[in-house]
Unconditional design. Structure first.
Length: 133
């Protein structure tokens, strides 16, 4: 087993003798030490207007679009009634945008489609759909 493989296996308590060696003071949480990281400089970006740069720009635009899509996503419920649903947020389960909480002694916010109110207690509703779009 190579030295790197031994260190990798040791992080999970698997060594040839069955005992994981103690971590050195310079090792990080996973057991990697300074020798495991290289200090190679990053390559320069391609010049603007080149096909290589256009490819990188498309990849970055796709990544940003994905992040902007999931940023307003909320779980179907959360337990802090002080954290109001924000405009444009939607349920991660059903994409719903109507939220409710109890009027008296609120315990949290819930998606009306995934976790509908019982109808026994009065509730407060918030519609997070963006108007004018």
């Amino acid at each position: 087993m190579s030295d790197a493989a031994s260190r990798f296996a040791a992080r999970y308590g698997e060594t040839l003798d069955g005992l994981a060696p103690p971590l050195d003071a310079d090792d990080d949480v996973l057991g990697f030490g300074p020798a495991d990281y290289t200090e190679a400089p990053l390559p320069p970006l391609p010049e603007p207007g080149t096909p290589e740069r256009a490819h990188l720009d498309r990849d970055q635009a796709a990544m940003v679009a994905g992040l902007l899509h999931v940023a307003p996503m909320r779980p179907a419920s959360w337990n802090d009634p002080a954290v109001l649903p924000s405009r444009g947020c939607f349920c991660s389960r059903c994409n719903g945008q109507l939220w409710w909480c109890e009027r008296e002694a609120p315990r949290g916010w819930y998606c009306t489609a995934c976790l509908p109110p019982s109808g026994l207690d009065p509730v407060r509703l918030i519609d997070t759909r963006e108007r004018g779009r």
